[in-house]
Design a protein around this ligand. Structure first.
Ligand code: ADP
Ligand code: MG
Length: 246
């Protein structure tokens, strides 16, 4: 049995009085790829952000590698470095070259040796086909290229767990494939543990081991991917898949 890396127990999240996540329970094992699916507004981004300590929660508990995480506590900052996250908007620092965007976290936050990180960064850029853009500024890159840099920037921190929140949603269609391939390689070749929120159903079907289906802040089902895409447990998930046209 692979080791459990993340566990969420009876977790509730409110924005003010608005109850946006209801009694969330699930866990993720090392090397597992979980896709988080559900209609817009169902709470996918909120859940992902809560897992990364970007949002607090009001009830229940989240454990990362057995340690309870609490966004208020200092030690959470350290745990958080093990959880990489890439969003829909790549938010690279516009005034920094690609290479410096990547080096910032590992050198300033993790205090690692600059030469060592630099050589690793060049290697990672080569892997995503962007070697020659190391000294370019973000504005000189296409959306797809920026998103690939954002992934490299997250990987340079040596995460043990990756969260991807609709990373291709704002890209031109011809840019989508290249970004998805990188995530797929990470899952298949590097055996990275990840939670992926996506509207690309073919991609989700290809990479997922398990699907969490969310609606109105409730996990309606947790189903092995083989089954979810052919025979989901709930009518709501059936309707969702029918509406996705894939
Ligand atoms: P999804 O990512 O599935 O589209 P979100 O997690 O973004 O859903 O949103 C879930 C619900 O929480 C929505 O009703 C949304 O309006 C609400 N919400 C999201 N962010 C905030 C916020 N910062 N303050 C108040 N409500 C929010
Ligand atoms: Mg979202």
């Amino acid at each position: 049995m692979a080791e459990e890396i993340l566990k969420v127990e009876n977790m509730h999240k409110y924005y003010g009085k608005k109850h946006v996540l209801h009694d969330i329970n699930f866990s993720v094992s090392e090397g597992e790829v979980v896709t988080l699916l559900g209609p817009s507004g169902s709470g996918k981004s909120t859940l992902i952000r809560t897992l990364n300590g970007l949002e607090d929660y009001q009830e229940g508990a989240i454990f990362f590698q057995g340690t309870k995480i609490n966004p208020d506590e200092k030690h959470w900052q350290q745990l958080r470095q093990k959880i990489g996250m890439v969003f829909q908007s790549y938010d690279l620092f516009p005034n920094l070259k690609v290479i410096d965007n990547i080096l910032l976290g590992p050198t300033k936050v993790q205090g690692r040796n600059k030469e060592e990180v630099e050589s690793e960064a060049h290697q990672l850029l080569a892997q995503v086909g962007l070697e020659e853009f190391a000294n370019a500024y973000p504005r000189q890159l296409s959306g797809g290229q920026k998103q690939r840099v954002a992934i490299v920037r997250a990987l340079a921190l040596h995460p043990e767990f990756m969260l991807f929140d609709e990373v291709t949603a704002s890209l031109d269609p011809e840019m989508v494939r290249g970004v998805l391939e990188i995530i797929e390689n990470l899952a298949k070749n590097d055996n990275m543990t990840m939670i992926v929120v996506t509207h690309e159903m073919n991609f989700a079907q290809q990479i997922a081991d398990r699907v969490l289906f969310l609606e109105d802040g409730n996990i309606l089902e947790q189903t092995p991917a083989d089954q979810f895409f052919t025979d989901p447990q709930t009518d709501r998930a059936k309707e969702f898949l029918d509406s996705m046209d894939f």
